[in-house]
Write a protein that binds this ligand. Sequence first.
Ligand SMILES: NC(=O)c1ccc[n+]([C@@H]2O[C@H](COP(=O)([O-])OP(=O)(O)OC[C@H]3O[C@@H](n4cnc5c(N)ncnc54)[C@H](O)[C@@H]3O)[C@@H](O)[C@H]2O)c1
Length: 299
Amino acid sequence: MKTLDGKVAIVTGAGRGLGRSEALELARLGARVVVSDLPVASGAGTEPSGADQVAEEIRALGGEALVHYGDVSDWDSAEVLIARTVEELGGLDILVNNAGISRPAMSFNMTEQDWDDVVRVHLKGTFAPTRFAAAYWREQAKAGSRLGGATVVNTSSPNGLNGGTPGHVNYSVAKTGINTITTALARELAPYGVRCNAVAPLAYTSMTESLWGTEILPSTRRPELEPANVAAVVGWLASPDSDPVTAKVLAVVGSKCVLWNSWAPVEEIHTDGAWTFDQIAESAPALFKQVDAGLPLEL
Ligand SMILES: NC(=O)c1ccc[n+]([C@@H]2O[C@H](COP(=O)([O-])OP(=O)(O)OC[C@H]3O[C@@H](n4cnc5c(N)ncnc54)[C@H](O)[C@@H]3O)[C@@H](O)[C@H]2O)c1
């Protein structure tokens, strides 16, 4: 008996890269998998999406796969993704929101399109499928036909944890937002037995091609920086074996897996009644007793 036997999983952006590995891992663990990606003709990036090939790989390993083409950031398309999964595979247990794009540019060069596309694909593209999955799980819980056990795994990034990377403001903001989607939905869906976590990966994929062989993705460490490394953690978070873990963001960087926490208060100062300019100017140094008042040393 495998840990995901009888479960149905969706992986978005599963035509290549991390999503492909995650779909294969969930299938290896026993799930029937919906391999979802953009239609081939509009595949984002430099190569066509290969959802059909990934589904074939799953079948060749003895698994069951369904291909679904659609844009995760399109509300109607997200609804169809969930409805079709439930209709054709008889339910939904695991949603891995992985689809993503990168449009790097310094802020003074960034186009409106670069900003809108990155924020849309990551934020709306994570929220929209989850919104319809959540409606399905709530309905099931109310009908008494499910006693929890559903899981969502979102995809953040080290750029969404480190306070933002120059040249990636759009992407850093979007990924930071995914951290908050993860914790907010974990709280909201807990009464329905749904757990929601995220990974912040680093891996050799077409998205990171410009970094291959650099100190960020050293070729000597390539085996541990392959997508399968991240997929193993996603498979665990998606499975009952990780219960009760929820509302967590795990950075998976090679052989290191780091639990991150959200913004936390550092220092507190007070005034009598409302602040005035002079009072804050006089008291502010006390806020920076423990931290450098300027840029953090490491970004
Ligand atoms: N590779 C890394 O080191 C790294 C680091 C941090 C975060 N991530 C995140 O991991 C996820 C996967 O990235 P990857 O490296 O495998 O990239 P990738 O470019 O190889 O794969 C991304 C997949 O998402 C699909 N996609 C893009 N927009 C979509 C949309 N609107 N609807 C449906 N599918 C869409 C693409 O067609 C592609 O198949 C992304 O969210 C990315 O931001 C990757």
